[in-house]
Design a protein around this ligand. Structure first.
Ligand code: ZN
Length: 295
């Protein structure tokens, strides 16, 4: 099953067609993707065997109208140094425990966006994102896939000056500027993959491949991460786990390369699809006049 949001409304996707979840179910399910994620098992049962693309109410998907499949997650976890080559390029030995930090949820955005660059050094991190589909506390590794609603693509956009400020540095703020968490284009259930633990992941900057790996390279797999995080924190439907980025981020290039106005960043995972971000100049403003967009 492929789940997405069009202009904020939950849809099921079949090829290039979409069916509005609320309209298509005759009102049985709500329009808000967050509310639908709270009834994930019921939605899956309802969708089994249903011809989504052939449904009379289905419509053509316009990629530009897709919004974040999970627009208001209550918790957003992210994992540092989860691919050995990225740990090496960052100058660390692979960690023995997951290095977990948070992206604050207001940074979450849809798959096709323009991001205003704040001052500093803004970098890219293409990542697989696991979306939680059921309340989950102390989940063992062998049951972890059962609490996953599906997988999507994420960009852990990071401003490196704020990220590395202080000793020890705290990652959260530098990774949470508005728009710094693009996600989508769809959320895909695990049964749609030949092997959900082994997916090709690619990051392209202005058409050049800058990141390329397979998620099977991750030090801590999706089930491992869920087991270790849920051992401490109860997970909630719609929570996101950004699972770490492969090698090839901008600040480890020689010379370093950061995002500039006019750049195009594409983040792609096989079977799921791709994100497309453009970047614009920052507009200076005081905190008083700063407009805050609530997703
Ligand atoms: Zn990251």
């Amino acid at each position: 099953m492929r789940f997405a949001a069009v202009a904020g409304r939950a849809v099921l996707v079949d090829g290039d067609r979409a069916l509005d979840v609320q309209d298509g179910s005759g009102g049985r399910f709500p329009a808000d993707p967050m509310a639908v994620l709270g009834q994930w098992e019921a939605l899956r049962d309802w969708a089994v065997g249903r011809e989504i693309g052939a449904a009379e109410q289905s419509f053509a998907v316009d990629p530009a109208r897709l919004t974040a499949p999970v627009p208001r997650p209550r918790q957003v976890f992210a994992v540092a140094l989860n691919y050995p080559p990225h740990a090496a390029e960052a100058g660390f030995t692979p960690p023995s425990d997951p290095l977990v930090f948070t992206k604050f949820p207001t940074c979450i955005a849809g798959p096709v966006t323009t991001i205003e660059l704040p001052p500093g050094k803004v970098d890219w991190e293409a990542e697989l994102v696991a979306v939680i589909g059921a309340p989950a506390h102390r989940v063992p590794v062998d049951r972890a896939w059962q609490v996953v609603a599906g997988l999507t693509v994420g960009q852990d956009i990071s401003e490196r000056v704020v990220q590395s400020r202080g000793a020890p540095a705290q990652f959260g703020l530098g990774k949470s500027f508005p728009g710094f968490g693009p996600t989508g284009p769809v959320l895909v259930t695990a049964d749609e993959f030949a092997d959900p633990d082994d997916l090709e992941i690619t990051g392209l900057l202005n058409g050049e491949v800058v990141q390329h790996d397979r998620t099977s390279s991750m030090i801590f797999s999706v089930p491992e991460l869920i087991a270790r995080i849920s051992a401490i924190v109860p997970l909630l439907p719609g929570d996101l786990i950004f699972t770490g980025t492969p090698a090839g981020v901008g600040n480890r290039r020689n010379p370093p390369r950061y995002l500039r106005p006019g750049d195009e960043l594409v983040s792609r995972i096989e079977t799921i699809g791709e994100l497309r971000q453009h970047f614009s100049q920052s507009t200076p403003s005081t905190p008083e006049t700063q407009e805050v967009r609530i997703p």
